[in-house]
Design a protein around this ligand. Structure first.
Ligand code: PLP
Length: 427
């Protein structure tokens, strides 16, 4: 039996006698059971990533608050919850999921620029660890609400350190002054003094999140320096802190790029945090789940036109929007390797948009209609950004653990597409 790792992707996916497997299960078997398009996740890949980070942060008290937006499937959340992960949430919906997965309130932090009063109240009732407050208005609403509920809200101010982080796309940079995120650096100290006197607020920490898919330690070093400086000043003003939250953003390998290992990252961060005696909170999403997922799709047609060759698949931008929205690059692998000639193609979906593609101008083995392709490294911001656009039921999701595969979300049906609508009853 010949085994090989699939180039540039996590060890979770490998070939055995030419057929791609997730852990010990052939992807062909998963498709035979559950059809396409199909999201597949490796349980052990997620667990390994979590352990790597947990061990690297071991020298300091820490909380790994998994960023639910990356992949909120309850199977994924339960898997992480069992390992001791907390959750970084941005909505009442994500709070609900975290709670269903058994993540206790004291391990939840709540980020986001537009939390509604209803969401603030739900999180207060859940007894979360911290609200990462992003504006003065939010701080006032939260204090008022907490007082009305007879509580004090634990708060970190999310500060915008004005760091222009190099990420692959402008949409994933969140740490420079011109973005909507966080509280302007120049205003942060004043707002901390105000917060410390508010009756419904208990200041607990400082929070930053500078961007996503970061492959260089320098921006993290800069963000930490900013946070340490602020913590130092607050200490002098008798503002008592308990934690520093450095957000998420650790990058992964999509195209064979070298990612920062958790140990390399921690070597930059942990010693300085240890000196403060404060707890370290991190909010990784992509790092934990990105490389653990693949999207399986069937080739419907292959056609030529305008000097191009199009491979048309049954998965489209509604199933995976990263290529179109972020110019995200994903390896496209044949599930079985017939060893055919290579050709330059656009891999496109069935959606009525020119922007509906999974890969552009890609040299690959030319597949035939009916064959299966695996779109790699889609465990993060894959299913969680999917939609029903063009009235397409969303794909099923499967979790593989060794030789066992479990359906963790069934495929949506045509009934699901209209289940919430009342238009036919309206008269
Ligand atoms: N924390 C916050 C506040 C975020 O906005 C995000 C992503 O957008 C994350 C954490 C997770 O980022 P990543 O998946 O890059 O780790």
């Amino acid at each position: 039996m010949e085994e090989s790792m699939v180039a540039g992707v996590a060890e979770a996916f490998s070939r055995v006698d030419g057929v791609m497997h997730c852990e010990d299960v052939p992807l062909t078997e998963l498709v035979a059971r559950w059809g396409t398009p199909l999201y597949v996740y490796s349980k052990s890949a997620i667990r390994e990533r979590f352990r790597e980070l947990h061990e690297a942060l071991a020298p300091v008290p820490h909380l790994i608050a998994y960023s639910v937006k990356a992949n909120g499937n309850l199977g994924v959340l339960r898997n992480l919850a069992e390992l001791g992960a907390g959750a970084d949430i941005v909505s009442a919906g994500e709070l609900h999921r975290a709670q269903l997965a058994g993540i206790p309130g004291e391990r939840i932090v709540f980020s986001g620029v537009g939390k509604t009063v209803h969401e603030l109240a739900a999180a207060l009732s859940a007894g979360i660890y911290a609200f990462n407050v992003e504006s003065e208005g939010e701080l006032c609403s939260l204090s008022e609400l907490a007082c009305a509920m007879g509580l004090r809200a634990p708060v970190a101010l999310r500060v915008n350190p004005d760091i222009d982080t190099p990420t692959p796309h402008a949409y994933t940079r969140t740490g420079h002054a011109a973005t909507k995120f966080g509280i302007a650096a120049a205003r942060a100290r004043t707002l901390y003094s105000i917060a410390a006197k508010m009756p419904g607020i208990r200041v607990r920490g400082i929070d930053v999140h500078i961007g996503s898919q970061i492959l260089d330690v320098a921006p993290f070093r800069d963000a930490l320096a900013y946070v340490l400086d602020l913590a130092h000043d607050l200490k002098r003003e008798d503002v008592d802190l308990e934690f520093l939250d450095l957000g998420g953003g650790l990058g992964i390998s999509y195209e064979g790029e070298k990612r920062i290992t958790a140990a390399e990252w921690a070597a930059e961060i942990v010693p300085a945090v240890a000196e403060t005696g404060l707890k370290l909170v991190v909010e990784p999403g992509r790092f934990l789940v990105g490389e653990a997922g693949a999207l399986l799709t069937r080739v419907l047609y292959v056609k030529e036109g305008g000097g191009k060759r199009f491979v048309i698949t049954d998965a489209g931008m509604n199933d995976l929007i990263r290529p179109s929205h972020y110019s995200g690059w994903h390896a496209v692998e044949p599930v079985e390797q017939p060893g055919r000639d290579r050709a330059r193609v656009d891999v496109v979906g069935p959606i009525c948009e020119t922007g509906d593609f999974l890969a552009l101008d890609r040299e690959m083995e030319l597949p035939k209609p009916g064959e299966l392709l695996s779109i790699m490294t889609v465990g993060a911001y894959g299913f969680s950004m999917s939609s029903q656009y063009n009235q397409r039921p969303r794909p099923a999701e499967v979790m593989v653990d060794g030789a066992e595969a479990t359906l963790v979300r069934r495929r949506e049906t045509l009934e699901d597409l209209v289940a919430a609508e009342t238009g036919l009853d309206a008269g």
